[in-house]
Design a protein. Structure first.
Ligand SMILES: *Cc1c(COP(=O)(O)O)cnc(C)c1O
Length: 375
């Protein structure tokens, strides 16, 4: 027996592992590379042999300052930007930026331009209206945000133009960044570091880390200082970008853990060949899954083909009554987190940088099996 028994045991173990392996399609907080989990859990016990845990050291210690510096320089490298931009790590999520932006940049009686492409841009618009006038240059709200409007004019008198580059909930994405006659601001929470783009077109980019950059608790803000100092109102210290620029993101205690894990994730991305390399893989993953959605007789996509997101892939069941059944079937087969957002329904698979091609293959397999059983 010996050997044969051994082999069948190994085969059994491998099959069992593959069967039980879970793939994380949650939209955020979301998947991160396994290597990052390993390194960060080690650092929680002890950071780089310093005898202390990462989460107990001062944010002003040399060790943490080095981490912060490396994080900043990785952001610049991965975005392809230089010292004309400030890199900040703030708290309050991307949602806090919805209010900090107009607080700092939009004076009373002045106008800001917004492109309305989903729930997140709607929320950004709501906050801006508290500070000045909002010109919604175009909106796809009447079509349930199923496409990206392309014909619009940005008034040259606007203080800035705000876009959401990827609509996490509806699964649409700006394939081409617009040309703006005024400073352009991008909410890139769910597609930062996922594809190449010309960052110099933007005066400001921001992103909650928990989609494609790290864990929740920190928000990346990249901005040109030339944007600031133009409104007359008083700005509370913590909400003033200048405070955080002057203090190098250390005015108050930053989220040290989230910054560290984000830094490790950026290091990981760099080691994989950076944004250009991951873009190719992201493209391949998304095309594969969309091809299955279009082929499968039980499902259909909801977003205009030319505006489909490569990060958050959305679709619905042609027969709404099979929605629950597929959600359960996918979960039972190791595909976790594919239920669509409560305001959009249907399904959503988030294919962030850390999702391996195998995860997409698995989901496709599960969709095909479901079709065989229910088609
Ligand atoms: C998740 C998300 C937000 C909100 O982020 P928080 O960090 O939870 O405030 C804003 N914009 C986009 C595009 C998002 O995906």
């Amino acid at each position: 027996m010996g050997r044969q028994f051994h082999f069948s045991l190994i085969t059994f173990a491998v099959n069992f592992y593959l069967l039980m392996k879970k793939y994380n399609f949650y939209s955020g907080p979301s998947i991160l590379p396994k290597e990052v989990f390993e390194q960060s859990s080690k650092a929680v016990l002890e950071l780089d042999n310093i005898g202390l845990s990462l989460i107990e050291i001062s944010h002003r210690s040399k060790e943490f300052m080095d981490i912060l510096e490396e994080a900043k320089s990785l952001v610049k490298e991965l975005l392809g930007i230089g010292d004309e931009y400030q890199v900040l790590f703030l708290q309050g999520g991307a949602s806090m930026q919805f209010c900090m932006i107009p607080f700092n940049l939009l004076g009373e009686g002045e106008t800001a331009a917004y492109l309305e492409t989903g729930v997140w841009s709607k929320k950004a618009i709501k906050e801006a209206k508290m500070f000045g006038n909002v010109d919604i240059v175009a909106s796809s709200a009447d079509k349930n945000f199923s496409h990206i409007p392309k014909q619009y004019t940005i008034p040259s008198t606007a203080k800035y133009f705000h876009i959401t580059t990827n609509n996490t909930i509806y699964g649409s994405q700006l394939q081409k960044m617009p040309e703006s006659p005024v400073p352009m601001i991008g909410d890139m929470s769910s597609d930062i570091f996922s594809r190449r783009f010309d960052a110099s077109k933007f005066d400001m980019i921001y992103a909650g880390a928990q989609k494609n950059m790290g864990p929740s608790g920190v928000t990346l803000v990249v901005l040109k200082e030339s944007l600031l100092g133009k409104v007359k109102r008083q700005i509370p210290t913590m909400l003033d970008y200048n405070t955080h620029i002057k203090n190098g993101s250390l005015f108050n205690t930053p989220c040290t853990f989230a910054i560290y894990v984000s830094m490790l994730t950026m290091r990981w991305l760099k080691s994989k060949g950076g944004v250009a390399a991951i873009e190719k893989i992201n493209e391949e993953k998304a095309q594969k899954l969309y091809a299955e959605i279009d082929r499968n007789s039980l499902f259909e996509g909801v977003v205009a083909k030319e505006d489909r997101s490569r990060m958050n892939i959305t679709w619905v069941a042609k027969k709404p009554e099979s929605e629950e059944a597929f959600a359960k079937f996918a979960k039972d087969n190791g595909c976790i987190g594919i239920k669509g957002h409560r305001s959009a329904g249907g399904f959503r698979a988030s294919l962030y940088n850390a999702m391996p091609v195998e995860g997409v293959n698995k989901l496709i397999e599960v969709m095909q099996e479901f079709e065989k059983k229910n088609g």
